[in-house]
Write a protein that binds this ligand. Structure first.
Ligand code: SF4
Ligand code: SF4
Length: 294
């Protein structure tokens, strides 16, 4: 049986979608997309690609789907991502629709979404927004009953802000910490960040993944704007296309071809880690099942 055709359990299909959009309103020093502007043609292309994707999702009623939008830049400043979140949240066969966001844009539009299905993966970028403003957005999300996680990049200059944010957030909101790219953490630093995010240990060292079984390419896929399907964002080889139906026969148990997997949206699918159980019910928005008691 094709894994995507099964119903129940966690055997639906998780789709990580990334269109051409690569612009952002923020100016984070650690990001290549900082203050980048997309030309109007690229924005039009991104919008059309997203419309095609949401049309495909709406029509694919035989598969239980969950969707995580992972734009290179910021999507929620664009109306078409907000509209996609709202419309997909109302589809009975869509279990969850999530987007990674810097939370710069207002969130009131989520009042039109189904709060049981729409969720946000938010990141706080100190220096780009005040903590007060970020917390006000979080409070509005809570009012709207929308599930969300909050994260920070574990840079030493962020530590005070991360601590203050953790202290100000309600305990039921999970705060995750991503190890900064290219940085190694000694035991004391690791303990410091683990005090804020008990799961920081998963992020602090890349996971050896070569030849290890991974759900990616079986019950999770990466989709680009033109419909190219890959097992994940980190293995460039296409395994099919969404729009010609070839993705269906491509889904099968696979092992990783990369030496390491060091990004949460990848290694959460690496079978030996068992993280799908840890994040059951909140896999795409990065909320642990047992939070805040786990
Ligand atoms: S908010 Fe995200 S996409 Fe935008 S500049 Fe910062 S890290 Fe990059
Ligand atoms: S372990 Fe990571 S890089 Fe390898 S297939 Fe899975 S998600 Fe992709």
């Amino acid at each position: 049986m094709n894994p995507a055709d099964r119903c129940g359990g966690e055997a639906g299909l998780a789709i990580l979608y990334r269109g051409p959009l690569a612009s952002c309103n923020y100016d984070c020093p650690y990001c290549p997309f900082a203050k980048r502007r997309d030309p109007p043609e690229l924005l039009a292309e991104d919008r059309a690609a997203l419309a095609r994707f949401t049309g495909w999702v709406a029509a694919s009623t035989d598969v239980r789907l969950s969707v995580l939008f992972t734009p290179w830049g910021e999507g929620l400043t664009r109306r078409w991502y907000r509209d996609a979140m709202v419309s997909l949240s109302h589809l009975p066969h869509v279990e969850r629709v999530v987007i990674q966001t810097n939370l710069a844009a207002r969130v009131d539009w989520l009042a039109d979404a189904d709060p049981a299905r729409a969720a946000l993966w938010t990141t706080y970028h100190p220096g780009q927004v005040t903590r007060e403003r970020f917390l006000a957005r979080c409070a509005r999300l809570a009012e709207l009953g929308v599930r969300f996680s909050v994260g920070v990049v574990g840079l030493p200059e962020h530590l005070d802000e991360a601590r203050a944010l953790r202290a100000a957030l309600p305990p039921e909101v999970y705060l995750w910490v991503n190890a900064a790219e290219g940085r190694s953490y000694d035991a004391a630093e690791e303990a410091t960040w683990t005090a804020l995010d008990p799961l920081f240990g998963n992020s602090v060292r890349p996971h050896l993944s070569l030849d290890r079984p991974c759900h990616a390419g079986e019950t999770a896929i990466s989709v680009l704007g033109d419909g190219t399907v890959r097992r994940c964002h980190f293995v460039p080889e296409p395994i099919g296309n969404l729009y010609d139906g070839s993705w269906r026969t491509a889904l099968r148990p696979r092992t990783c071809v990369n030496a390491v997997c060091d990004c949460h949206i990848g290694y959460v699918h690496l079978k030996p880690l068992g993280l799908r159980d840890v994040f059951a019910g909140g896999l795409l928005e990065r909320i642990p099942a047992a939070w805040p008691n786990g």
